[in-house]
Ligand binder design. Sequence first.
Ligand code: AMP
Ligand code: ZN
Length: 137
Amino acid sequence: MSSKMASCIFCKIIKGEIPSFKLFESDKTLAFLDINPLSRGHALVIPKFHGEKLTDIPDDQLSEILSVTKKLVKATGATDYNILQNNGAIAHQVVPHVHFHMIPKPNETEGLGIGWPLKAADMDKLKGYYEEVKSKM
Ligand code: AMP
Ligand code: ZN
């Protein structure tokens, strides 16, 4: 086992070494309540496979994430909600084990607050970028 895995708080939750409010568990996926909820029902869905960022997780280990997230939405009764997955410290990732937040947005003040500074694109630059990325897909 790598030392990163041994010290990982979410790997410890998976192994039952620290307590959590588990809501769903299968051989490759775990869902549990967030201990600092932004709103009632804020929960996390994680692959049991340890990896820091989304690209570190094999595809087959991610196959249940969206369906389990949907189950959480239905179980909490959330009608408005955000699904969030942060990668890297500058992108607000604190726990270095991939996790998907399901955050109910019951009103303006509770849940996720998002600043969304929309700017119109320079269409020539956007087209150039599009060609570049598309060629790598
Ligand atoms: P992020 O900023 O995306 O890395 O979010 C990490 C999330 O993990 C935060 O919302 C924390 O409240 C949550 N968290 C950290 N430790 C625990 C824990 N022991 N049990 C449940 N949630 C946790
Ligand atoms: Zn881990």
